[in-house]
Design a protein around this ligand. Sequence first.
Ligand code: SF4
Length: 447
Amino acid sequence: MENNSPMTPEEKRKAYPKPPGQRPKVILRRAPDYDPERIAAIVRDGLTELGLAGRVRGRVVLKPNVVMAHKKIAPSAYTRPEFMDGVLRALRSAGAADASYTIAEKSGAGLTTPRVFRRAGYRALQKTHPVRLLAIEEAPKIQVELTRGRLHDQIATASEIADNDFLVYTPKLKTNYLTQGLTAAIKLNIGILRDRQRMWNHNDHLDEKIVDCLEVGYPDFIATDAVEIGFGGNQFTQHGRLLGLVVLADDPLAHDVICARLLHLDPRSIGHLVEAEARGYGPLDPAGMAVSGDISLAEAMDRTKDWDVHPIRVEESQDRMRILSGEPYCSGGCHGVFLDWLYMIKDRKPKLWTKLPRWTVVIGEYNGDVEAKRLLLIGTCTKINGTVKAKKIRRVRGCPPGHKRLVLELFLKAGIWNPLIRPELVLDGYVFEFFALVRRFFRGRLG
Ligand code: SF4
């Protein structure tokens, strides 16, 4: 049954999770390619089946995953523009005449969202749709007080994310070693934060942090680009793999549980899903969800039965560098980010991967003696409780150091090349970032 009544942001925050007896719905649809008209038809059907078509009015805000985009080294890390084209067609055909559309995003830490929008092909969407592209870091912010936050008492984000009439999340289904294998709808919320708040407690508390954000970024509707998923490797540079699906839902936790199952991951092994269940956002048992569509979950899972997406620890990732993991093990922090850095090389510089220089790397507080020719210490907390014998010692600080910092410092301090070191990305990441900071300074939007 249609529920067309608009909700204030405050009502929205109080209304979740769903009342007992109201089963969240997830729809799986076949989509063999990125034909925008086909995707539009699928999304229109989904809006109707979920009883949400009448809610598309007023300020409609779409939040995709555009963490990074580059046609050569990051072609599969983001929600494709053809997919967004299809979603916009569907929303505009279902929506009220006075609805306005905004795509809001903050790309990866240290990256300039307008540049990433451009590289992802999102500027072209404005030729066919009356849609605004909003870089969250450049938007006026509002502070939202949290009532269920564990780490954050409040979150500052663009007012469009916290105050809108219809919030649509359009994630890219991806594997991600920082979050036990899965990036889907709930993880998308890291991209509503500015860099400083984003990197704060991006460590062994990442799961709590992600779920804190759910109180602010709670989508009304989810349409996921699972046509080609980002598979294996680093979350930016990973290769794409055809899954041929669109996933639609009215509940982010149910959506992510089904996405985990699509990849043969146990939802109970994914920290932020477990944390979301513990905070009352819904069940983790797929039996508590109504799954429908033109392909069954079992048939969809059959497509991925031979795909190995299970996360591994950083010290198991390769045999060229000796990696000594101390405590805490931060899959969302230094351990995960270093693993991600290694996989950038594996994904896009496979020859270098087989010839990685033989450094010894210590991450976290390590108990034991360490003898090495060349020693790398990753992370501010890292220390060795034992004797150290090394000719060369280099340290990269940060809790954790972001990808950008790791790429630069490991190049400058250890001489290790990385596929992200390209002239156009250096321009984006430093020159355009500098201009963006100046722009924000004069507009009073640095905070
Ligand atoms: S500095 Fe220490 S606590 Fe912080 S992310 Fe790194 S390993 Fe974890």
